[in-house]
Design a protein around this ligand. Structure first.
Ligand SMILES: *Cc1c(COP(=O)(O)O)cnc(C)c1O
Length: 419
C-alpha cells in the first residue's frame, strides 16, 4: 500500500547506509544551510499524488508540498502551459505588461467576486504578498495591526512581525512594532483590543483557517466581527489565504464559505500549482488604489511564466471540477478519520484537514507513515495535517485511511504521554 516497485519495500528505508538517498542527504547537509533541519527523504520525481525517492520508493503525497501542488505532480496541462510559455516569453520586467499577467489578474478578480475598482498585485511567495499587505496597512497612516495568537504569515521580517510563534521571532527582535496579538475566536478580546487601539488601528490580519498552528478554523461569528470592527474604524481587514485559497477548502477562497469579504486577500501556495507565485487582491476602489506608482515593486512578481502556471492551475481546477472533488474526498477522509480510535476530532475544510489526536504523537506517526509510504505532516504535537493535491482520489485516500486505522489499532493512543 502506497508502495510500488517490488524489491523496494518500506522496510529497506535507511537500513542500507549506502543507499543513494542517504548519500545525497550527507551532501545536502554539507552544502545547504541548516534552516530546515535534516530533510526526511530525497525526492526524485512525482506523478499525480505520488512521489518517488532517490532509491525508488513510492509515497502517497498527502502534504502536496505544503498545500502547493494543487494539481498533483506533473499535471500534463500545467506542464504544457509552462513549457509553451517558457518557449514564448518567460520574463519581461514590469516596464512591460504581458497577456498572461493581465488575464491572471482578471481571473482572480472574477473568482473573488471583487467589486469594481479592485486590483491585484503579484509577488513570488506568501510572505511577499503579506509584505504588500503590510505596506497597505502603513498607507492608512495609522500604526497598530491586530494579528492572532498562533498566526503564521511568513518569514520575511515584516510578515514575521505578524507571526506569533516566539521561537521564530525572538532571534530577530526587534521586529516591526505596533502589532497586537489576540487569542483566536475570542470575540471579547478582539473587541477590547480594537477599543484600546481604535484611534491607531490600521488593520486586522487573520488566516480564515490557521494552517501552521495545526488547522484551527476561525468561527463565522469571529470573521464577521472582524469585518464589522474594521469597517467601523476604517481599518483594513486582511485575510491571509496563502494556505486556504485556490479551492483548498472547497470554495475558491475560504472567506467565501463565510460570505465575509475582506479588503485585502493574500494568496500564494496553491496558486501556481508548484510554480512560485503570490498575489494580493485589494477589494474595491479604496484598497485597490492605495499603493501608487513607485510605492511597491518586485522584479519577478507576475512574470508571464508564473502567470501561465497559475492560469493553468485555475483552468484545470475548473475544467476537472476539482472543487467538487475537494468536497467529496475531504468529507470522506473526515468521516472515516472521525470514527477511528485515537482521533479526537478532525478540523478544517475540504482538503485542509487537521487530525486531532488523543495524545501528542503526531511526529512519531508521521515518521511511521513515511516508512509505510505516506507523506503527512505534524504541525503541532497532537495534530496531523493533510493538505494533498486537490486531485486526490477516494481510492488513494482509502489506502492511507486503511494504514492509519491499522497503525492506531496497533499503537493505541493514551493521553498519559507514555507511548
Ligand atoms: C505558508 C504561509 C505563508 C508564507 O508563505 P511563503 O510562500 O512560505 O512565504 C504565509 N501565510 C500563510 C497562511 C501560510 O500558510
Amino acid at each position: 500500500m502506497g508502495m510500488s516497485a517490488p524489491g523496494h519495500g518500506p522496510s529497506e528505508h535507511g537500513e542500507a547506509g549506502l543507499e543513494k538517498g542517504a548519500v545525497d542527504l550527507q551532501r545536502y547537509s554539507h552544502a545547504l544551510m541548516g534552516t530546515f533541519g535534516v530533510p526526511m527523504r530525497v525526492l526524485a520525481r512525482g506523478e499525480g499524488s505520488y512521489v518517488w525517492d532517490a532509491d525508488g520508493n513510492r509515497y502517497l503525497d498527502l502534504l502536496g508540498g505544503i498545500a502547493v501542488n494543487a494539481l498533483g505532480h506533473g499535471h500534463p496541462a500545467w506542464v504544457e502551459a509552462i513549457a509553451t510559455q517558457a518557449a514564448t516569453l518567460s520574463h519581461t520586467s514590469n516596464f512591460f505588461a504581458t497577456e498572461p499577467q493581465i488575464a491572471l489578474a482578471e481571473r482572480l478578480l472574477d473568482l473573488a467576486h471583487a467589486p469594481s475598482g479592485s486590483r491585484v498585485f503579484f509577488a513570488n511567495s506568501g510572505t511577499e504578498a503579506n509584505e504588500a499587505a503590510i505596506k497597505m496597512a502603513r498607507k492608512t497612516g495609522k500604526g497598530t495591526i491586530i494579528a492572532l495568537e498562533g498566526s503564521f504569515h511568513g518569514r520575511s521580517t515584516g510578515a514575521l512581525a505578524l507571526t506569533h510563534k516566539e521561537a521564530y521571532r525572538a532571534p530577530f527582535a526587534p521586529l516591526m512594532g505596533d502589532v497586537v496579538f489576540v487569542p483566536v475566536n475570542d470575540e471579547d478580546a478582539l473587541r477590547a483590543a480594537v477599543a484600546e487601539h481604535a484611534a491607531d488601528l490600521s488593520a486586522i490580519i487573520v488566516e480564515p483557517i490557521q494552517g501552521e498552528a495545526g488547522v484551527i478554523p476561525l468561527t463565522h461569528a469571529y470573521l464577521a466581527l472582524a469585518r464589522e470592527l474594521t469597517r467601523r474604524h476604517e481599518a483594513l481587514l486582511i485575510f491571509d489565504e496563502v494556505q486556504t485559497g485556490v479551492a483548498r477548502t472547497g470554495a475558491w477562497f475560504a472567506h467565501q464559505l463565510h460570505g465575509v469579504q475582506p479588503d485585502v486577500m493574500t494568496l500564494a501556495k496553491g496558486l501556481g500549482g508548484g510554480f512560485p507565485v503570490g498575489a494580493l487582491v485589494a477589494f474595491g476602489e479604496g484598497p485597490g488604489s492605495m499603493l501608487g506608482k513607485g510605492e511597491h515593486g518586485t522584479t519577478f512578481g507576475g512574470n508571464p511564466l508564473a502567470a501561465a502556471a497559475a492560469l493553468a492551475t485555475l483552468r484545470v481546477i475548473e475544467d476537472e471540477d476539482l472543487i467538487a472533488n475537494v468536497k467529496s474526498v475531504g468529507t470522506h477522509l473526515r468521516e472515516r478519520l472521525e470514527a477511528m480510535d485515537g482521533v479526537v476530532e478532525v478540523r478544517g475544510e475540504g482538503l485542509l484537514l487537521g487530525i486531532g489526536l488523543a495524545a501528542p504523537a503526531s511526529a512519531e506517526i508521521a515518521q511511521a507513515a513515511v516508512k509505510a509510504g505516506f507523506i503527512v505532516n505534524p504541525p503541532s504535537p497532537d495534530t496531523l495535517r493533510l493538505v494533498p493535491a486537490l486531485t486526490l482520489t477516494t481510492a488513494e485516500a482509502d489506502t492511507f485511511l486503511t494504514w492509519i486505522e491499522g497503525h492506531l489499532a496497533a499503537h493505541p493512543l493514551t493521553d498519559d504521554g507514555d507511548r
